[in-house]
Design a protein around this ligand. Structure first.
Ligand code: SF4
Ligand code: SF4
Length: 187
């Protein structure tokens, strides 16, 4: 019987650009946390979250908002003395939590990400009005009106199409997406 993977190995396996388990190389120096512009919005700093993954604190990690607050700026990745692609690790955590349907309630990120991936897989293009329901209602009537005004203005200026458009060679693109992410199947 195959040995059960540790949480740390599971996350490392979901990092696209890594070999082995780079998470084990962390020396807990805190450079990532010190350089992170989004750290103040995170339940746990990047240094803390990587320490928690190494300690296999799976439930605590999945309950954290840290990776959904990551702005993907890659500051941490380029500065990490251990060469860990922390931004890629944050994406791996997002994918893992979506896969397991286990994330903090009330976050906009999971619904937004799912809508975005399905929209791209369905048409090959981003179409903002299709994304809006994933987050607009979180901002209440005032936010809704502001966004509607902005969208109307963009349509009149020709910066946003009124209807979604598909790319050429969509079937080939969809085949490629399905090989990478099963969630990319259009529904
Ligand atoms: S910068 Fe790299 S080595 Fe230092 S705590 Fe962050 S992940 Fe670990
Ligand atoms: S990529 Fe994410 S975790 Fe890293 S510094 Fe930027 S916001 Fe912080």
């Amino acid at each position: 019987m195959a040995a059960e993977l540790s949480f740390s190995d599971e996350i490392a396996n979901m990092m696209y650009a890594s070999h082995g388990n780079p998470i084990r190389e962390c020396i807990q120096c805190g450079t990532c946390s010190g350089t992170c512009p989004a750290a103040e919005f995170m339940d746990h700093t990047p240094r803390q979250i990587i320490g928690m993954i190494r300690a296999d604190l799976k439930d605590e990690v999945l309950a954290s908002n840290t990776y959904w607050s990551c702005a993907s700026c890659y500051h941490c990745t380029v500065r990490c003395p251990a060469g860990i692609d922390i931004a890629d690790m944050m994406y791996a955590l997002k994918r893992y939590s979506m896969w397991k349907k286990s994330y903090q309630e009330g976050l906009i990120g999971p619904a937004f990400s799912e809508s975005f991936v399905k929209m791209i897989a369905g048409s090959g293009r981003s179409f903002e009005p299709q994304l809006a329901p994933a987050y607009l209602f979180k901002y209440g009537p005032r936010g809704l009106i502001q966004e509607a005004q902005m969208a109307t203005s963009l349509v009149f200026k020709g910066r946003m199409p009124l209807l979604p458009r598909k790319i050429k060679g969509l079937e080939n693109f969809q085949r490629m997406v399905r090989r990478i992410i099963p969630i990319g199947e259009s529904s």
